[in-house]
Design a protein around this ligand. Sequence first.
Ligand code: HEC
Ligand code: HEC
Ligand code: HEC
Ligand code: HEC
Ligand code: HEC
Ligand code: HEC
Length: 369
Amino acid sequence: MKNILKLLSILTILVFVGFACEKGDTGATGPAGPAGADGENGINGTDGTAGCIQCHTSDENMMVKEAQWASSGHVTGTHMGGYYGSRDGCSDCHSSQGMQEVVATGEFDQPAPFNPLPANCYTCHQIHQTYSSDDWGFTVEGPVPFRVNDYLADMGNGNACVQCHQSRPASPVLDLATTDDVSITSSRYGPHHGPQGNMLAGVGNSGAYELDGTMSYANSMHAANPATTNCTSCHMASSEGTGGDMALGEHSNNVGVGEWEDESKIINRNGCIACHTTIADNDEMTAFVSTARDANMLLMEELGTALFNLGYITETGSVVASSSAPLVVSTQHAAAIYNYKFLEEDQSTLIHNPNYAKALINNSIEALQ
Ligand code: HEC
Ligand code: HEC
Ligand code: HEC
Ligand code: HEC
Ligand code: HEC
Ligand code: HEC
């Protein structure tokens, strides 16, 4: 008992000492140390809002481009942002953020953003990065890989366009070296809606299937030098002489406005006259395109009729195939179906690359005979 009391009192003392130690008074603050070395000079800022005003003015830089862009199919159409932009993978090309993600990561099939924006100034330009005119630089700076194979398309200023305006891989992928039967399981078999990049590239199997035949696959002048003649040189040509039409040329992205059916179509000749030197005005250019278009539509119809007669497509051009009732055909016939869809979806009635497109039609018809 005595020992326990002794132990307790020792413990009590130790506890007090502990408290006393913890509660010791803080010493007085020492003198301030010497000043540190000077930091590096900051980068000069732009004076006040001058840097902003070089762009945010009512002149050509912003307001005009915005008004033109408002007339572009990217804004007037119903397939940008919204439902299409909010689907994984579709958002790669149907939303601004999706495309930027593909460019940043180099990977296709990005998850969709929550609030998909239609394409806008930020999609193509490096807006608000340096707050200088460098911001007009492009988001897509170099060649663009094709989704259907490893081909790198370099179309100068048109590279941003080709990022989205290119084929999506279709199943089955065909091997023209064999004549094996293949099975098509979708009525939407084909390259999807915007294969213009592949059509312009016009190189061996980078887009359509180059079936053997009597016509050779020579590229037309429209496609021969994509650094100078590309999407932008025709679709974003100067709007001079268009009577102030904001929907034609430059940032409207339109090479033509109006409809062919009711003869209200007008083609902007400014991107054409370097080569088509004898065309005097937009009316003459429109008539020239119209004549070629009529002839080309007859050629496309020939291939369409051949496919229809074989029971491969419907009158409206859908492939007669589904997962429950696949269309089983030879590789060559499948290629002819694909080529037809490719030419239709390109939407230029062969004008993007006439010589190449005509060889595709001719040789596809031959392959079906
Ligand atoms: C290189 C040209 C450029 C410069 C320099 C620039 N801007 Fe912008 N700014 C743009 C463009 C292009 C847009 C997008 C307009 C559109 O979507 O129609 C924009 C949009 C905006 C918007 C609207 C919100 C948004 O992000 O879309 C604000 C606010 C803005 N800028 C403020 C500024 C300020 C402040 C400065 C200067 C510190 C500045 N900008 C400098 C080109 C520029
Ligand atoms: C972010 C992807 C993307 C980029 C970049 C892009 N486009 Fe498009 N483009 C589309 C989509 C998607 C549509 C369909 C829009 C709709 O129907 O709402 C379209 C529509 C169009 C149309 C109208 C088609 C029609 O049937 O009326 C033209 C012309 C066009 N684009 C040309 C261009 C050109 C030229 C460029 C480059 C300067 C370009 N596009 C860049 C995705 C893109
Ligand atoms: C590689 C880019 C790309 C991807 C990925 C993509 N699209 Fe498109 N899509 C386009 C372009 C470009 C157009 C506009 C083509 C034109 O007008 O010539 C378009 C047009 C469309 C149209 C309008 C067709 C018409 O006749 O007006 C629909 C519908 C569509 N896409 C649906 C989808 C769906 C659904 C997905 C995902 C399963 C998807 N797209 C994925 C590039 C793409
Ligand atoms: C689809 C891609 C695309 C979009 C979207 C786009 N631009 Fe452009 N922009 C271009 C291309 C390509 C050029 C080069 C002109 C040419 O090739 O004819 C250009 C050039 C310009 C220039 C001239 C740059 C310079 O160096 O002088 C300005 C200014 C400009 N764009 C402003 C805008 C504004 C503002 C918006 C939004 C309303 C916008 N752009 C949206 C593709 C685009
Ligand atoms: C040699 C000039 C030229 C070049 C290069 C060119 N286009 Fe076209 N494009 C045309 C003409 C002409 C039409 C038919 C216009 C019409 O019928 O109103 C057309 C039609 C289209 C259409 C169908 C919608 C429309 O406006 O009728 C789209 C989409 C398109 N082009 C996108 C592109 C893309 C993307 C590129 C680059 C890969 C490109 N084009 C390169 C001249 C050109
Ligand atoms: C780099 C020169 C060049 C430019 C730029 C050019 N073309 Fe052509 N175009 C040609 C040549 C050459 C042919 C004859 C076919 C060939 O050999 O390529 C042709 C053929 C055509 C054809 C006949 C197509 C057919 O199926 O027979 C049309 C229509 C046409 N061009 C329209 C245009 C339009 C519209 C533009 C501008 C938006 C344009 N071209 C820009 C050189 C050019």
